[in-house]
Design a binder for this molecule. Structure first.
Ligand code: FES
Length: 567
């Protein structure tokens, strides 16, 4: 037992006492081979593990957990590892986003129901990080995050490949006959070649970086590659620190303050982060009673330059980013735009954590004086097509399309898009605007990553590789293109997107942050008056709970009854 621990810990509510249930709880834990001194008011550290063989990105987390345990024991605590559901981005149908809130509930209730004083959160793949942060925020016992880290850079022949970003580009070559079956199979074997999350600044890398920016990890923890020995070394240190956090009684609500969320939004912009970060940050903040508006993201985006040259917006991969100095360098570079005195789980402020960071490769992490783009990666759009907002990753878009007018070609749903997108006679050209409906939180349902509507084969064959695409879906953080997403309210609840018809003119003006349907207002009203909501796709179980309680994209898609603030 640590000498300075005079406060009776939460776990003692289970262990200490002479009642039968105290005896039984002690006896059943001792069945795991512990001695009686395990109950001596030592901090019990739960290791919340999203390991799963159905989630390749997190498949190494049991090894990481062992390193955490070393640290917990060394600091005088007792580590107890427990599983939750895991969300493997590549495998789950219809989409992991349907289950993010379920995992968050699992994390929260597992923490709340068990005899633990603090928790180490092991995450990696896209939704596992926000789900754990949401659950830990609601449970609000001392917590620290240890992401699993990115996988090794992909490799094919003499080329380095970045997860979905290069995968999608090469797939376009394959589907237009410019790669052979044999070559495509070689790529399949080399693009994802170790445990760990995707190798670009997709949602996983964005959210783990955001966990660090929020102050919830040790400094420099987020970006260490999964197979790197330093991943285990920092996991051990995190275990040690978890014990200290319990003794100091530092809780997530003291770390994840409004200032911390503003820091996280700024870092998201500087790294050219995934558009999904907007939804997840709003949801995590909502668990703590902090209301983040989409306009907050836009205001911070306008003043925060994009400086991290990593795909999909840039050129390099997450390994390069780590070797260049990683997130501490970014935070030091934009320190004047951050709340430097925000407290972190290190026990120090953001400023103290990063002030000695050094950059070792300036082509990967630029200076604030020579950014890749004067503004951040994500722009928030409003207009009669998206009264409650839409998002667009301007750094991954084609500059020539950021101000654009074109005629809509409408897919009423995802299946229609899949059926038609490769038609040689699809009546679209480079100026057309593809619109896809019924792919939002309730419409799909589950808010899947269908928003990166593939380029029509007919246009690819003519050498056209980007066009304006609009939907109420999300998009993988590894994707790219001039794609407006998260249109709210979504079409399935009667948002204006439901009124768009093929042939309508649409105007996108990212500089003015506008997205407009150029149809007279009375005609839009007439069409909306005819709107009929689609039949619900679930009538029982978790799916029904989701449909009845999920909020719209601008509110983070959390369940209304889990937010600490109203809708
Ligand atoms: Fe897990 Fe990309 S599939 S992070």
């Amino acid at each position: 037992m640590p000498a300075n621990n005079s406060r009776k810990l939460r776990s003692q509510e289970w262990w200490s006492g002479s009642a039968y249930e105290n005896f039984a709880r002690r006896a059943w834990l001792r069945s795991e081979g512990f001695n009686a001194n395990v109950f001596d008011n030592k901090p019990v550290i739960g290791i919340c593990n999203s390991w799963s063989e159905l989630n390749n990105c997190n498949v190494h987390l049991r090894t990481v957990a062992e390193a955490v345990k070393r640290g917990v024991w060394a600091a005088g605590g007792v580590p107890l590892e427990f599983p939750t559901i895991s969300l493997g981005e590549m495998f789950m149908r219809p989409t992991t986003m349907l289950y993010r809130n379920l995992m968050a509930m699992d994390v929260e209730e597992s923490i709340r129901a068990n005899p633990i004083d603090g928790v180490v959160l092991l995450c990696g793949c896209d939704k596992t990080t926000p789900a754990q942060l949401m659950g830990a925020a609601s449970a609000d016992i001392p917590a620290i995050v240890v992401p699993g880290g990115p996988m090794l850079s992909g490799n094919w022949r003499d080329r380095r490949l970045g997860s979905g970003t290069d995968g999608r580009k090469l797939f376009d070559l394959f589907r237009t006959g410019r790669l052979t079956e044999e070559e495509w199979s070689e790529i399949e074997g080399g693009i994802s070649r170790s445990a760990g999350h995707c190798t670009v600044m997709g949602t996983a890398s964005t959210m783990t970086s955001i966990a660090e920016a929020l102050g919830m990890t040790l400094t420099g923890c987020a970006n260490i590659p999964a197979p790197d020995s330093r991943r285990l070394a920092i996991a051990e240190l995190s275990g040690r620190r978890a014990v200290e956090l319990v003794l100091e009684d530092v809780r997530p609500s003291q770390i994840m303050t409004r200032q911390a969320f503003e820091n996280a939004m700024a870092v998201d912009m500087a790294i050219g982060g995934s558009t999904n970060a907007v939804v997840h940050l709003v949801a995590i903040a909502g668990r703590l009673g902090i209301r983040l508006e989409l306009n907050d993201f836009d205001a911070i985006s306008r003043r925060t330059p994009w400086i991290v040259n990593v795909k999909p917006s840039g050129e390099f991969l997450m390994e390069d980013f780590y070797y260049a100095g990683g997130l501490p360098v970014v935070m030091k570079e934009i320190l004047d735009l951050l709340h430097g005195d925000a407290l972190t789980v290190t026990g120090k402020t953001i400023r103290e954590n990063v002030e000695r960071a050094e950059c070792y490769r300036r082509e990967v992490i630029r200076t604030i004086a020579e950014p890749l783009h004067a503004e951040g990666g994500t722009a928030i759009l409003y207009g009669n097509l998206a009264p409650d907002g839409a998002v667009l990753k301007q750094t991954a878009a084609s500059p020539r399309l950021l101000q654009h007018r074109g005629r809509a070609y409408v897919f009423e749903n995802y299946q229609q898009m899949r059926d038609e997108i490769d038609r040689e006679d699809l009546p679209v050209d480079a100026n057309s605007v593809l619109v896809m409906k019924n792919c939002g939180p309730k419409g799909a349902p589950g808010f899947p990553e269908w928003g990166h509507i593939p380029m029509p084969r007919a246009l690819l064959n003519r050498g056209i590789d980007d066009m304006v695409r609009i939907s109420d879906a999300r998009m993988s953080g590894t994707s790219f293109g001039t794609v407006a997403l998260h249109v709210a309210p979504e079409s399935a609840v009667g948002g204006p997107l439901s009124a768009v018809q093929t042939g309508d003119e649409i105007e996108l003006d990212v500089r003015a942050r506008r997205i407009e349907l150029r149809v007279p207002a009375d005609e839009i009203s007439r069409r909306l008056a005819q709107f009929r909501a689609p039949a619900p796709q679930y009538d029982r179980g978790y799916g029904r709970l989701f449909l009845e309680h999920v909020t719209q994209a601008n509110l983070g898609c959390d369940f209304d009854f889990l937010r600490k603030i109203g809708t």
